[in-house]
Ligand binder design. Structure first.
Ligand SMILES: CC(C)(COP(=O)(O)OP(=O)(O)OC[C@H]1O[C@@H](n2cnc3c(N)ncnc32)[C@H](O)[C@@H]1OP(=O)(O)O)[C@@H](O)C(=O)NCCC(=O)NCCS
Length: 183
């Protein structure tokens, strides 16, 4: 069964294979990462791990039994117990509910492991699949998103309250299971 894992150095080859195999598929919905991302992948990957180590971001990969990456699910800009959610799922498993179920799982993780209270996500109007994923995972639209954030496309910000996902006894705002940076 696929497992959602916090990103670590050992995932690098599988993440690169995932990004390469699905580059055209992703670029049809979101901005392409650009040649530089692939040409300087090792440097970029190290930079991501450094950001994660600093506690600004928390990156996750959905790993299949054979070790391949089926999806990436990220929390970025962590501040004041809120973060922005981003995700992408491999074309060969599209339309099977992978994104929906994993975003739901990440919401629970965001509350329990990282002690977050809210998540936000921006989706272009034309990205119907992404908007469906957000709505099915409990996000609600809260206002227009700057097209500059969405490759020039108009879109919407969505928000999800995580208070009901938090373990009981943490309503005072104490992070229940916050890992030390880099754990
Ligand atoms: C968006 C994305 C993550 C969805 O992944 P997925 O695993 O295929 O999503 P799910 O199977 O969980 O759910 C997709 C939902 O969108 C619907 N959907 C998919 N494509 C659609 C389309 N072109 N038009 C309308 N609905 C569509 C599906 O029917 C499903 O809804 P349903 O359960 O009500 O039928 C994936 O397409 C992707 O990685 N896209 C490129 C990156 C991206 O857009 N990321 C989001 C940035 S905001």
């Amino acid at each position: 069964m696929p497992e959602l894992q916090r990103l670590h150095a050992g995932h690098a080859p599988a993440v690169l294979a995932f990004e390469r195999a699905n580059r055209a598929y992703f670029a049809a919905s979101v901005s392409d990462r650009g040649d530089d991302f692939f040409d300087r992948f090792a440097d970029r990957y190290d930079a991501l791990l450094a950001e994660q180590e600093a506690g600004v971001c928390a990156f996750h990969v959905l790993v299949a039994e054979d070790g391949s990456v089926l999806g990436r699910f990220n929390l970025v800009g962590i501040e004041d117990r809120t973060a922005e959610l981003g995700y992408r799922v491999a074309q060969h498993v599209a339309g099977r509910g992978v994104a929906t179920s994993t975003v739901r799982e990440l919401c629970r993780l965001a509350a329990h492991r990282y002690g977050l209270r809210t998540l936000r996500a921006a989706a272009a109007h034309r990205n119907v699949a992404s908007r469906r994923v957000l709505v099915k995972a409990g996000f609600v639209p809260v206002g227009p998103a700057d097209p500059a954030r969405l490759g020039g496309k108009p879109g919407t910000w969505y928000r999800r309250d995580l208070m009901n996902d938090r373990p009981s006894g943490t309503s005072t705002g104490q992070a229940p299971d916050r890992p030390a940076p880099g754990s």
